[in-house]
Design a protein around this ligand. Sequence first.
Ligand SMILES: NC(=O)c1ccc[n+]([C@@H]2O[C@H](COP(=O)([O-])OP(=O)(O)OC[C@H]3O[C@@H](n4cnc5c(N)ncnc54)[C@H](OP(=O)(O)O)[C@@H]3O)[C@@H](O)[C@H]2O)c1
Length: 280
Amino acid sequence: MQTVTLNNGVEMPILGFGVYQVPPEATEEAVTHALEVGYRSLDTAAAYRNEDAVGRAVRASGIPRGDLFITTKLWIQDNGSTTRQAFETSLQKLDMDYVDLYLIHQPFGDVYGEWRVMEQLNAEGTARAIGVSNFGSDRLMDLILHNSVVPAVNQVETHPFYQRAVENQLMVGQGVRQESWAPFAEGKNNLFSDPTLGAVAEAHGKSIPQVVLRWLIQREIVVIPKSVRRDRMEQNFQVFDFDLSPQEMAAIADLDQGHSLFLDHRDPAVVAQLSGVTME
Ligand SMILES: NC(=O)c1ccc[n+]([C@@H]2O[C@H](COP(=O)([O-])OP(=O)(O)OC[C@H]3O[C@@H](n4cnc5c(N)ncnc54)[C@H](OP(=O)(O)O)[C@@H]3O)[C@@H](O)[C@H]2O)c1
C-alpha cells in the first residue's frame, strides 16, 4: 500500500476505509470485509457510535495491531477538561492502547484546550499523530501559530466538485496533510454518472469511483471511501494500476464548483446545528 509520511514521520496509508453512516450493527461485518479486501487504515469517530464494532472486527481479524492505522475523532462537547477522558473512552471502545491518528472532529468549542491535551497524548505516544477536521484555512493557520504541534492532517470535504486547491497549497506549505472526506460527494450532483468522469473512466477501462480515487491519490490527498458492499470495497481498492494523464487531471480540475455540497462550516446556522449534536 502506498503511504504518505506525516509531518512527524508517521506513515499513513494513502487509501483507507471510512465508516461514517455505517450503522453500529452493520459495522463489524463491513470492517471485516474491508480488512479481508486489504484495507489497513480505518476511519471512525466517537460521533459515529461504531468504534466498538470497529474494535471487534479488528480483534477478530487477527491482523497485528502494528499493521493497522486507526483514526478516531473527538466530538464538539468535549473540551480541555474532558478530552483525556473522551480519548480513554474511545480507546476502551476500540479495545486498543493507542490510535494512529486522533482528530478534532469540528472546528467549534474549546478547540485550543482540546489541542493542548492532544499534544500531551501525542507526546505520551497514545496518539501517534494528531490532527483536525473541517478546519478552514483561517482556523488552521490560527491553530498552527498559537500551539506547539502542527496538525498532521486536516480531514475536509474534498471531491471533484469541491477541490480546495488553494487551501491545499496552504496545507502543503504548512506540512499539514489533506485528507478527503466524501471523495464521491456521497453521489451528490450525479457524480456516479458525470460525463467527464465517465469519459476518463472509459479510457482506462475503470469505473468513475476508481477514477475519482485515483485523481485524489495523484494529488497526494489521503482518501477514505465508505461502502457497505464488498464488491465496491474491492473496486475502490483497485486504484494503483493506472495513471491519469495531465490532460485528464486538468479535465477533472475543471469540474470544481468551489463550494461545499454538504455544509458550510462558516455559516452560523451550521455552527449551531452541529454544536447541538450531543453524544448523550
Ligand atoms: N470528518 C468529517 O466531518 C467527515 C464527514 C463525512 C465523512 N467522513 C469520513 O469520510 C468517509 C467517506 O465519506 P462518506 O462516507 O461521507 O462519503 P463517500 O465515500 O463519498 O460516499 C459513500 C457513498 O458512496 C457509495 N459508494 C461507495 N463506493 C461506491 C462505488 N464503487 N460505486 C458506487 N457507489 C459507491 C456508498 O454506498 P454503499 O455503502 O451502499 O456502497 C455510499 O453511499 C466516511 O465514511 C467517514 O469516515 C468524515
